[in-house]
Ligand binder design. Sequence first.
Ligand code: HEM
Ligand SMILES: Cc1cc2nc3c(=O)[nH]c(=O)nc-3n(C[C@H](O)[C@H](O)[C@H](O)COP(=O)(O)O)c2cc1C
Length: 472
Amino acid sequence: MFRLSDLQAHNSENDCWIAIHGNVYDVKFENITKFLHIHPGGKAILLQHAGSDATPAFADVHPAELLDEYLSSDETLGTLDPEFASAITGDSLSSRSANPAPPLHTILSLSEMENLALKRLSQKAVSYYASGTDDERTKFANETIFKSILLRPRIFIDCTNCSLEASVLGTTVGLPIFISPAAMAKLAHPSGEAGIASACSSFNTLQIISKNASISVSDIVAAGPNAVFAWQLYVLKDLRATERTLAQIKKIRQIKFIVLTLDAPFPGKREADERFKAAEAMAQTSTPPVWGTDAGLTWTKTLPWLRKHTDLPIILKGIQTHEDAYLAAQHPEVSGVILSNHGGRALDTAPTAIQVLMEIRRFCPQVLEEIEVFVDGGVKRGTDVVKALALGARGVGIGRAALYGLAVGGSAGVLRTLKILADEVATAMRLLGVERVDQLGLHHINTTALNRLLYDGPLGLGEINSGMRGKL
Ligand code: HEM
Ligand SMILES: Cc1cc2nc3c(=O)[nH]c(=O)nc-3n(C[C@H](O)[C@H](O)[C@H](O)COP(=O)(O)O)c2cc1C
């Protein structure tokens, strides 16, 4: 058993000990397998806590389970004498404004919620949540594209009743709106992803839990008895660790689907975030970011491997072309796709989900019948949701909007966000003359203004077909 003074001398890159949750780890920069070098949040934050008990900072962003997943027993040196353990405050990274938020019912739109959140969140959280890659063109386009689609209301239709009930791969949900996976919700509020789950529970809607959630999956699902859950997967370079995690997920019966994210095999260049880290001396901007995920995933290798390790329906997240949507539909392992550009955080100037959805409609519309297609990115209004549904999406995800609701009012803030959006969707449906979400269709929208923004290159499906035939 170690005393704190035993750790203090080991506080450099070449000799780095850190205590977390009662264990002392040797994470020194010795070779590339040592954790200091591969920590996905960078080595600087670990060096800041070198030679000390990092538990409070760790608990602010990570669940304890992460330790077993990433750190092998040869990195564990022993235990820390509890007398020297630092108390978990639950708040050291997520310093919030002392200003009270206005009563939630007075907040009327998601933009208003976002403005309030950006004033309340710590600078660290703002730079992590709000940032997009490079010039943030895709992040911006995600929002603006919806405004170029016009709606076509019909009259003399009884719109007394309106149901927002929808279905995700056969499971009924209360809303056609789901929560996209977003890492580290605890930066917004101590209740983190559990706060989001509890809000989803009130609407019986779907929450996709991020692989990098800041709370353990079992605590999240426990907070949302009536929510529907999916678990998002990044495949780690250490495949065995991912297989162990999938085995754990299998035991959590509330998890209904696996969502494999594919649009970020390497981290995008998010300058706002990098600038903050540089200012805090948390990163050396001259060194490329590290990434713990496997960049070698392929259709032929990864899907059969994943099917072997889960019986749950598989959804692929991050589809950005009609060719990949078509390919997904050719693979029996795949039940659905989420058209997504990671909220403009992966490749800047990549298309918006709406453009990809229209591209699928133009080049391979059968995909919409063969698998379920979902979208996310830039959703701020009920009319945005309705437009995506009219184009053929089965559901629409929100990422940042849930985090901003959480920042303003914890779980009640997320509930308010969902309520604003749900009410706006119902209003739009009524004014269009629609009673159920599955009645929305192409006749409700005018997308002419987007025609010049659509892909008009080669179809590309012939090569895919001959490639697939070659494998059979
Ligand atoms: C030792 C075990 C640890 C593991 C397995 C681990 C794992 C991870 C992972 C997977 C991420 C990526 C999250 C994402 O961006 O989606 C991450 C980021 C991060 N980690 Fe850790 N971490 C560990 C230790 C720590 C410690 C000790 C601290 C704090 C003292 C810390 C602070 C952070 C921060 C602040 C980020 C976010 C960096 C950013 O802004 O991009 N981590 N970590
Ligand atoms: C702060 C933040 C963290 C995210 N973390 C993840 C993640 O862990 N896994 C993932 O598949 N997508 C992640 N995403 C992408 C979201 O799932 C989603 O695609 C995106 O946020 C949708 O755009 P929106 O924020 O404009 O709604 C993250 C997005 C943000 C903003």
